[in-house]
Design a protein around this ligand. Structure first.
Ligand code: THU
Length: 134
């Protein structure tokens, strides 16, 4: 199995664990660190709707908890026919730990549908470098 296949399978496996009783829209995200470790997360909704968290946030949290701090590649998997690109907030979350040329694969259960660079999804972004030389 290729590295990308492994990432895809991790995203699919965790998507099934999503807690999404309100939107009924399950999302899974799996990221690989430069040393090849995979971390995944799913969306976790809440009866107080705004408190729910996205799949990407869960994957990043798992990475940080394990001592990782860089995203080499990420797969985001949604449901349905539409492309489930990361929401705006999650683009910024990914940006914190990624580079402009980091690939974000957008998948459905059928496979990877499109691949973007972070720069394409979040051009002219604000990040840690912007806080240097204050
Ligand atoms: N969702 C994610 O988990 N990631 C995204 O990038 C887009 C949206 C979740 C949040 C909510 O639980 C559901 O999808 C519907 O918006």
């Amino acid at each position: 199995m290729s590295d990308l296949d492994a990432l895809f399978e991790a995203a699919r496996a965790i998507q099934a664990r999503a807690y999404a009783p309100y939107s009924r829209f399950k999302v899974g995200a799996a990221l690989a660190t430069p040393d090849g470790r995979i971390f995944s997360g799913c969306n976790v909704e809440n009866a107080a709707y705004p408190v729910g968290t996205c799949a990407e946030a869960g994957a990043i949290s798992a990475m940080i908890a394990a001592g990782g701090d860089r995203i080499a590649t990420i797969v985001v998997m949604g449901e349905g026919a539409h492309l489930v690109t990361p929401c705006g907030g999650c683009r910024q979350r990914i940006r914190e730990f990624a580079a402009p040329d980091t690939i974000i694969h957008v998948a459905g259960p059928d496979g990877i549908r499109r691949s973007f660079t972070l720069e394409e999804l979040l051009p002219h972004s604000f990040g840690p470098d912007n806080l240097i030389d204050r």
